[in-house]
Ligand binder design. Structure first.
Ligand SMILES: *Cc1c(COP(=O)(O)O)cnc(C)c1O
Length: 365
């Protein structure tokens, strides 16, 4: 592919960004905001960078309607560090935490929390290869659980909650890495929200963490500085050198989102895009969608074909036709089309057109 030709990028993350943002970033490399400093070469202690950080945090507050008393942090280490860090800041040895297990990411979150306290799963769909999320009432929260943790969108299996799970009045922690700003999220109903940026917010290497006053009050001084939300909050996410490049890109992505209808705009676009592809999957038995209908994700759509051989042909031929990133995660196999905020509807329409041709070529008549 030539430099100016871009693939229809259905990759699961790092994911496609708006081309305007990519071009703005490229133009800022030698000289950022007319400061004379290059984007990769500017101090995080400069006024220019402080302005970028402030803009990013303000955009997040606006887009996600974050209550004023909540902290908003931009950290490093990915969502994977937050599996441990969120538990470490809240849970003490012997205390209970309850986890809803809907895929590989929630299993990893639980594994890390078990290092700290009495963390257990209270619901899992593993026996069914993670086809659904739980309905309220299908699980019991332990009386003395300190919090309930869930994964809002299951990137690998293509399932998603369409309502906040009932935590029976307990504080709620969510890994929202793969649907933050892409679907409705009521921040005020959660105590910790964390998300790696590389799906809906920007590049890898930046992690958004939003923390309620209750959660902020749970930390004690034994927690190592780099793992302590209090420390990061007191330093405005600059206890150590932040990912300056990543935060700049994130600020530009969020500015794009604000210009394009904010969270409501992306919710509408994502619903439209996912409906186009589910309609095709339901049209014919040639496609075998993985997720149960009620639990279908608007961000990652997963399906199988009759056999592995045909799936491999699909991946190969789709790549030749200009579609990238469609290979399913190794834990599910098959096909996965990830459609986060910034993949255009035209890419999804083009994919469905390709799917029609593929079916025509390979269906048994
Ligand atoms: C991608 C993803 C992760 C992993 O994020 P890292 O930033 O790579 O640690 C965790 N949880 C979910 C739901 C994801 O989609």
């Amino acid at each position: 592919m030539k430099n100016n030709q871009r693939i229809h990028n259905f990759g699961a993350g790092p994911a496609v960004l708006p081309i305007e943002v990519v071009e703005e970033v490229a133009a800022s490399l030698p000289n950022i905001l007319e400061s004379g400093f290059g984007l990769l070469e500017i101090s995080h202690r400069s006024d220019v960078f402080q302005g970028i950080m402030d803009n990013a945090i303000n955009s997040i507050r606006k887009i996600l309607k974050v209550p004023d008393e909540y902290e908003v942090l931009l950290l490093q280490g990915g969502a994977s560090l937050q599996f441990y860090m969120s538990a470490l800041n809240i849970l003490r040895k012997g205390e209970k935490a309850d986890y809803l297990i809907t895929g590989g990411w929630s299993k990893k979150a639980l594994k890390e929390a078990k290092r700290i306290g009495d963390a257990e799963f209270i619901w899992t769909d593993e026996q069914n290869n993670f086809k659904m999320v739980p309905n309220n009432g299908e699980y019991e929260v332990r009386d003395d659980a300190k919090y309930v943790h869930y994964t809002s969108n299951n990137t690998l299996y293509g399932t998603q909650y369409h309502n906040i799970p009932d935590s029976k009045g307990k504080p709620l922690i969510v890994d929202a890495s793969s649907d933050i700003t892409g679907v409705d999220l009521d921040v005020s109903k959660h105590d910790i929200i964390y998300a790696g940026a590389q799906k809906n917010l920007g590049p890898s290497g930046v992690t958004l963490v939003i923390i309620s006053p209750w959660a902020m009050s749970q930390m004690d001084d034994d927690i190592p500085s780099m793992l302590n939300y209090q420390v990061h909050a007191s330093k405005g996410s600059m206890f150590n050198t932040p990912n300056t490049f990543g935060i700049f890109v994130l600020s530009k992505v969020l500015a794009w989102l604000e210009r394009n209808g904010g969270m409501d705009g992306s919710i509408k676009r994502n619903l439209e895009k996912s409906n186009i592809i589910y309609k095709e999957l339901d049209r014919t038995d040639f496609w075998r969608p993985h997720a149960s209908k009620d639990s279908r994700s608007r961000m990652n759509v997963t399906w199988n074909l009759k056999n592995k051989e045909l799936e491999e042909k699909f991946i190969q031929e789709s790549l030749e036709a200009g579609f990238g990133g469609l290979k399913g995660h190794r834990s599910v196999g098959g096909i996965r089309a990830s459609m986060y905020n910034y993949i255009p509807k035209e890419s999804v329409e083009a994919l469905v057109e390709f799917m029609n041709k593929f079916e025509f070529k390979y269906s048994e008549k």
